[in-house]
Design a protein around this ligand. Structure first.
Ligand code: LLP
Length: 411
């Protein structure tokens, strides 16, 4: 029996959320580690013969990394910092992949130093291969391919057909031959279509997997056996309360079928799916301003806390946690943060029980790319993250103080 495919914002216990906001202050990120475990188990059950990794960029807080390490998935990392965090959190080096996109020298220096941890470096350009050779890298290597098909919830997160990512599909067999000829231990191929794949995008995912299956058969026949072919992450989650979740088993069946009979383990590396609905952001109303157009509801979180609405026009559910909310009349509201930028809005045209100052609001699906993309813009300290496990709660990341803002300045 697996857990429900989605945890809606409406299902979080309002009283508990109010209690946590009073105890830890706002804005506050919560991450429910039990739900992270449930999401991992559901993925593992649907993709049972596949090699699953977590794209740690979705949420690198140590509590989440340790939870997913214990769940037995690998770690896909996009930077030296992420590799360091994964290793520090106890991931076995053999389960860590570093996906180098135009990697800075410092990243390559770090991963080559860590190479005896047996991690895999994924390269998407011949230059990266040369730079690894210059450093005497003799660890495991994977080639990232541009599959020519992209997908995702926004053009800014569709990677598959963007020339920035991976070597052109037709060049990949030559690069594989070259890598093996130069003595690299080529163990895998990789591609990633984009992020937030659902509905129609699944056709693009299927196409990507089929192309990678074909490529793998060619490389295996002409050049070298492969341990794995990783077809990236991107599994979408429902951000709207009435949106249906992905049918994971159907996606798994399609993926396997599209891959065909290439003699390599099929790998996936979702990020968002593991953590999105395990997180909420709590924020308190500080200003209620009726205007002719709408009621502006000013809150203490903003684009510096959760940038997704400002950056991608992403929709996140917003729920009032006012204890007497059911007795209030509904108003149409614009929920806006404290940053002096027009983009600093969490939602417009939202129906909320007539908001009052000090009301608590919850923003849903904030577990993925929420805290992770938070910044100190406007010299605003980043919020705290509190981890939940059963009835327990504890600070996973402390709230920044005003002093933290200038801590790195030397002049
Ligand atoms: N693998 C690679 C190589 C990736 O670049 C990514 C995400 C993933 C896996 C995981 O994708 P996921 O399963 O999380 O969709 N900040 C954006 C998402 C950017 C994703 C970048 N790459 C957002 O908030 O929607």
């Amino acid at each position: 029996m697996t857990s429900p495919a989605v945890r809606r914002l409406s299902e979080w216990d309002a009283e508990r959320l109010r209690g946590l906001a009073s105890e830890y202050g706002t804005p506050l990120y919560l991450v429910d580690l039990d739900r992270v475990r449930e999401n991992a188990a559901r993925l593992q059950s649907a993709f049972e013969f596949e090699d699953l990794s977590y794209a740690v960029k979705a949420n690198t807080t140590r509590s989440v990394l340790e939870t997913l390490r214990d769940a037995g998935v690998g770690a896909e990392c996009a930077s030296a910092g992420e590799v360091k965090r994964a290793l520090d959190a106890g991931f076995d080096g053999a389960d860590v992949r570093y996906t180098a996109v135009n990697p800075p020298d410092r990243d390559l220096d770090f991963v080559v130093d860590e190479a005896d941890a047996d991690l895999v470096v994924t390269v998407g350009a011949t230059d990266t291969l040369d730079r690894l050779a210059d450093r005497g890298y003799d660890g495991r290597l994977c080639i990232r391919v541009n599959p020519g098909v992209g997908a995702g919830h926004h053009e800014k997160v569709a990677t598959g057909a963007d020339p920035k990512f991976g070597v052109p599909y037709d060049r990949a067999p030559d690069l594989a031959r070259e890598a093996v000829g130069r003595g690299f231990e080529l163990v895998g191929l990789h591609a990633h279509a984009g992020s937030g794949i659902s509905g129609d995008d699944l056709a693009a995912h299927r196409e990507l997997v089929a192309r990678m299956g074909d490529l793998a058969r060619d490389v295996i026949a002409d050049t070298t056996p492969l341990d794995f072919v990783n077809v990236g992450g991107g599994l979408g989650v429902p951000y709207r309360e009435d949106e249906a979740p992905l049918d994971l088993r159907a996606v798994a069946a399609t993926t396997r079928e599209a891959f065909g009979d290439a003699d390599a383990t099929l790998g996936l590396e979702p990020g968002r799916y593991f953590v999105a609905d395990a997180g909420v952001l709590l924020t308190r109303v500080n200003t209620v301003k009726p205007t002719p157009e709408t009621t502006v509801v000013g809150v203490d979180a903003g684009m510096t806390t959760l940038i997704r609405p400002a950056l991608y026009d992403s929709y996140h559910e917003i729920r009032s946690l006012a204890p007497d909310g059911d007795d209030r009349e509904a108003v149409t509201a614009t929920v806006a943060g404290p940053v002096c930028e027009t983009a600093d809005v969490f939602g417009t045209g939202r129906s909320l029980p007539a908001p009052e100052r000090d009301d608590l609001l919850a923003v849903g699906n904030a577990g993925a790319y929420g805290y992770e993309m938070a910044s100190q813009y406007n010299s605003r300290p980043r919020p705290a993250v509190v981890a939940l496990e059963g009835e327990n709660d504890s600070v996973a990341v402390r709230r920044e103080r005003l002093d933290d803002i200038t801590e790195l300045e030397r002049w």
